[in-house]
Design a protein. Sequence first.
Length: 218
Amino acid sequence: MEPQDDVSLVHRVFLLAYRPERQRLAGGQHMGLALNAAALQGLLDAGFLADEGGRVRVAASRGAVPDGALEADVFARVVASDRSRSWRHWVKKSAAFAVGTVRTELARSRVLRVEKTRVLLVFPYHSVALRQPRMRTAALAGVRDALRATQPASRVPRCQAATTVLVHIAEMNTVMSGRERRAARGRVDELAAGLGPVPEALRKAVRDAKATSSGGGG
């Protein structure tokens, strides 16, 4: 059985962005994009969404509601859209709110304890304590296992492979250093090959974000 097989892809990605020694989220500037991508991948794998020529199509029956707060939000946005759009569009859509959505959900389920405070009495700051640290440990172990070339990429459990690919593309330094990411690139490409359109959509969204932050995009 896959370890932690009852933990969603979204929650795995979120937990891996947590830095225990600092009691804070430190997954980098692309965390919202990574969470949206995780939600889309989960919806695709569960049959709520399908790919149609590089665009997202609703595949679930009318009235279907996915588990997970972020998954439900993303699915509702796709359903309400007036036209079909690319996977990259939905990775980027409302990404700024994704972290807060998942943080609130995990706090309500008592996975996290969140305290809102202010730095220098001005800037809002969330102190996050992980009540169930073994969940993060298991998610991290899954990534390490997926990166080892001891079994074909096609035999790595799908959620484990997707977690590894998404945190790599999002450059989450709580999981891999820059050197580790470079060394893992070939293996990650192998893992991504069986996941469909979401990893490439995240890659493009991250590229867009970098271009915007450097003044190279609008």
